[in-house]
Design a protein around this ligand. Structure first.
Ligand code: ADP
Ligand code: TRP
Length: 329
């Protein structure tokens, strides 16, 4: 039997180059393997813990959905759906919360970090924490366990959430008998951590991202904002600089070598950024066209996701029925 791979993508901002090279591209490559059956979904109800308005939800939801389709996700091959279209997830969420010790949630990193910050700032411990944030890991366990998932490809920051899902599956299985498949994280610790404009990890939370799909003009402007040192034209540049690191992602090994040599030979930062823009734009353009197509045809995106949810719900129903039977309802 094929192994089932499942991952959720949170629509909490515009997709950036770090998301593309660190998560989207590898997940799409994985979905092409005949060894696996892939379930990729947009975790819109998880995003609720951070989004500020209906407009943000709509904007980021379609940005992320169109991004995956534009980057080559094949909806005939991947079960691609929207979390909120699967009511079974939320029923399972409630059931699982009854086998989840509160202490386990107290130890979840995201919650703990807020408590620690509040304590440092002499605030009430739970200041700013709502139950959505607190229960977040249970909903994620429901996403995973409902589909008898074997493998969950995620970034290192999600490792604890997978462990929590396993703990919850274990306590359920112990109380009601073997019901859930035990999921494993597929955590690529080696996966490139892309640097952002300021040289730190590219991340929404640092405001140092280069958005994947914007106009050529905005892409050029973002690249021009990459922080460089004060070395003058003619002076050798550091091969470890952000411009070089980003350039490599878009080109072959030979092209990368040629560019690096030019930097070492004193290429000016202005010229270097111009060349980076050229290769980035060359790489992104064909995908950008598809992205713009889907943005202009949101009804097609909705329809694809509806079909995906229909497929997903066949499995979800089956597993949930088994769970209901196990608990006696
Ligand atoms: P952000 O840090 O911008 O909030 P997310 O946490 O939403 O990004 O990340 C979504 C996915 O993209 C995760 O799988 C994460 O590991 C990956 N990712 C995010 N930033 C980077 C980066 N700079 N390099 C590599 N992968 C990244
Ligand atoms: N919590 C994940 C993140 O922040 C998103 C997510 C929600 C997820 N449900 C999931 C990831 C299930 C993997 C499996 O990136």
């Amino acid at each position: 039997m094929k192994k089932r791979v499942l991952t959720g993508i949170k629509p909490t901002g515009y997709a950036h180059l770090g998301n593309y090279f660190g998560a989207i591209k590898p997940a799409i490559e994985l979905s092409k393997s005949e060894e696996f059956e892939s379930y990729y979904f947009i975790a819109d109800y998880h995003a609720l813990t951070t989004l500020k308005s209906k407009e943000e939800m709509q904007e980021y939801f379609y940005n992320i959905a169109c991004t995956w389709l534009a980057c080559g996700l094949d909806p005939n091959k991947v079960v691609f759906y929207r979390q909120s279209d699967i009511p079974e997830v939320f029923e399972l969420n409630w059931i699982l919360s009854n086998v989840t010790p509160k202490g386990l949630m107290n130890r979840a990193h995201a919650y703990k970090a807020i408590v620690e910050r509040n304590e440092a700032e002499k605030q009430e411990k739970d200041f700013g924490v709502n139950m959505g944030l607190y229960n977040y890991p249970i909903l994620m366990a429901a996403d995973i366990l409902l589909f008898e998932t074997n493998l969950v490809p995620v970034g290192l920051d999600q490792k604890q959430h997978i462990e929590i899902a396993r703990d919850i599956a274990n306590s359920f299985n112990k109380k009601y008998g073997e019901t859930f498949v035990m999921p494993d994280g597929l955590i690529e610790e080696e996966v490139c951590t892309l640097v952002g404009l300021d040289g730190r990890k590219m991340s929404k939370s640092y405001g140092n991202t280069i958005q994947l799909f914007t106009s050529e003009n905005v892409l050029k402007k973002s690249i021009n904002r990459i922080v460089t040192d004060s070395r003058l034209p003619g002076e050798p540049k550091d091969a470890d600089c952000t411009v070089n690191k980003l350039y490599k992602l878009f080109v072959s090994a030979e092209e990368a070598k040629i560019f690096e040599k030019k930097l070492l030979d004193g290429l000016s930062w202005g010229e270097a950024k111009k060349e980076l823009f050229e290769v980035a734009n060359r790489y992104i353009s064909p995908m950008r066209e598809k992205f713009e197509y889907f943005q202009a045809h949101k009804n097609e995106v909705d329809e694809l996701l509806r079909l995906g949810a229909k497929k997903a719900r066949v499995v979800a129903r089956e597993v949930l029925d088994r769970v209901r039977k196990a608990i006696g309802v």
